[in-house]
Design a protein around this ligand. Structure first.
Ligand code: FPP
Length: 253
């Protein structure tokens, strides 16, 4: 037993100030692989371990929504073999994790242009979402073939259609109404967005929903991201003052 016990980040978390929703841009798989002289897909395969760690970490402390940016609209432009390998990895991971998700009372959800995914991916995803639909502890949301600009344009198209059909009046379009046309309808906005690998960008991820989110960037590459890294981000978030355009004194009162 060491004489001095150093408190970990988990013990420093204030359960009363937990974010309800954490969104993550999982970045750095390719660089992680390159550093080891491995093929990029090895990075993605090792990224799955970080997905598990982060999901467990979030559920353990009581986060209710965890959104992971797993595949962007722009990722379709990567070399064919990488896209194929990523899709296969998604299918096998989703298939292999359903039992664990159920054991841990975690519901799987997805946002994005899901119909653009390969058939076997759509099938696994639909089955896993159905099999976990009753789970209540946490919602794990995968952003797949997702981009925020795509989502916003799709929302606008649906609004225009509703207006044309006389189901909606232009003056009824409010922020709240618009949100109901996004993929994230019914899901609270993320209070915290984490991006790994040292890149300081949002990259077309939840542009509307991240308007007031705290942004946390770490140099850690995604496959190396573990529970303590997640807890460190939560502790950092809890040390911030969220003002939503107001001044400090208004928040204190
Ligand atoms: C970004 O790293 C990562 C991705 C585009 C894919 C993320 C996918 C996984 C972690 C695997 C499966 C996930 C789930 C949810 C089952 P990058 O390739 O852009 O890295 P780089 O910037 O270093 O090239």
């Amino acid at each position: 037993m060491p004489a001095l016990y150093r408190m970990g980040y988990k013990e420093s978390i204030d359960p009363a100030k937990l974010p309800l929703h954490v969104a993550v841009i999982m970045d750095g798989n390719g660089r992680w692989a390159k550093q080891r002289g491995e093929h990029r897909i090895t990075g993605h395969q090792n990224g799955v371990k970080a997905v598990r760690e982060t999901t467990e970490a979030a559920a353990e402390i009581g986060v209710k929504y965890l959104t992971l940016y797993a595949f962007s609209t722009e990722n379709w432009n990567r070399p064919k073999e990488e896209v194929l390998a990523l899709m296969q990895l998604l299918v096998s991971t989703i298939h292999g994790e359903v039992e664990t998700l159920n054991k841990n009372d975690i519901r799987l959800m997805a946002i994005g242009d899901l119909k653009s995914l390969p058939q076997d991916c759509i099938r696994e995803l639909t089955e896993a979402m159905k099999a976990t639909a009753q789970n209540k502890r946490m919602n794990l949301i995968l952003a797949l073939s997702y981009s925020s600009r795509w989502e916003i344009i799709e929302g606008i198209k649906c609004i225009v259609e509703a207006v044309e059909k006389g189901q909606l009046k232009a003056e009824e379009i409010s922020e709240k109404k618009f949100e109901s046309y996004l993929c994230t309808a019914g899901i609270p906005e993320p209070e915290l967005m984490i991006r790994t690998s040292g890149e300081h960008r949002i990259s077309n991820f939840l542009l509307w929903q991240l308007s007031y989110s705290e942004l946390y960037f770490t140099d850690t590459l995604w496959p190396d991201f573990g529970k303590e890294d997640f807890y460190e981000a939560i502790v950092d978030y809890q040390g911030r003052e969220r003002r939503f355009g107001k001044i400090s004194e208004q928040i204190e009162n």
